[in-house]
Design a protein around this ligand. Structure first.
Ligand code: ZN
Length: 270
């Protein structure tokens, strides 16, 4: 037997900014403390004999002082403070040929609202206390073509922030699970196209958009690196690419927090 610490889950990268992940050491305790931020349950991980909170910070968060609410067994809640620094994200101009994907027709609004509510519900569901794998693999053979958090303008009109990263590759390129998990949702969405959501545990989710094919079903257990679909151009997109959102405590965060720099292909690698 190896000592358990040989397999300790490495923690994600701590970047206390809007859209980043905060990794905070918690008071010593025998059992996992229960942690909340903004009324939402927060991931708690044991690493090298200590407890850590792993907190997703919404892109819309104002910089400044924040507090985590921490409860140790049989003790009153206590507040732990931390500071969010400002971060400037760049702008990006995009041209979309189908105007209905920029300004959806009235007939599509019900569908869009229903889909957003459904995905919101999925991403806010806490299914397991088990510790997730916090070191992801790069999910498709292609470079990053667009970064997280960009302020996006479609045909000159500002729309929602870019809540994930894009990986460019030809249609049909295999897409792999970033870590072990369970398929929480699979379906065809107005903006996101064919969309696959994998529950990685403790409120951490991976969402893949624009797929040409989804090859796993809801409820299926998937292993890190397993092929779960193929790259496509379904939904609102300028061409075949994988849009990848990582959601933590119900908020999209920069996937790079979970990816070792050595695993990221360079833009000129193809
Ligand atoms: Zn995208």
């Amino acid at each position: 037997m190896f000592p358990l610490s040989a397999f300790a889950t490495p923690l994600p990268q701590n970047e206390p900014v809007p859209g980043g992940v905060v990794v905070m050491q918690l008071p010593q305790a025998g059992r996992a403390p229960r942690v909340q931020f903004d009324g939402r349950r927060i991931m708690v991980i044991r690493h090298d004999g200590r407890w850590y909170a792993v907190v997703g910070i919404p892109l819309a968060t104002a910089p400044g002082q924040k507090t985590l609410s921490v409860r140790l067994a049989d003790q009153p809640r206590r507040q732990l403070g931390f500071t969010i620094a400002p971060k400037q994200y760049p702008e990006q101009q995009l041209i979309i040929k189908n105007p209905e994907l920029v300004n959806p027709p009235a007939s599509a609004l019900d569908r869009i609202e229903r889909e957003q509510a459904h995905l919101e519900h999925v991403l806010n569901t806490w299914t397991t206390d088990a510790a997730p794998e916090l070191t992801f693999i790069w999910p498709a053979d292609g470079p990053q073509t667009s970064g997280f958090g960009l302020r996006r303008f479609y045909n000159g009109e500002e729309r929602s922030r870019h809540t994930g990263i894009d990986i460019g590759a030809p249609e049909g390129t295999p897409v792999r699970a970033p870590a072990d998990g369970v398929v929480a949702d699979a379906g065809d969405y107005y903006f996101c196209g064919n969309t696959l959501t994998i529950d990685l545990g403790q409120g951490l989710y991976s969402v893949y958009c624009h797929l040409s094919k989804i090859s796993v079903r809801r409820g299926a257990h998937v292993k890190q690196g397993q092929i779960v679909g193929s790259i496509g151009a379904t939904g609102r997109t300028t061409g075949p690419n994988l849009h990848w959102t990582v959601s933590l405590n119900g908020t999209p965060v920069d996937p790079h927090a979970f990816i070792p720099a050595s695993a990221i292909p360079a833009l000129d690698s193809r």
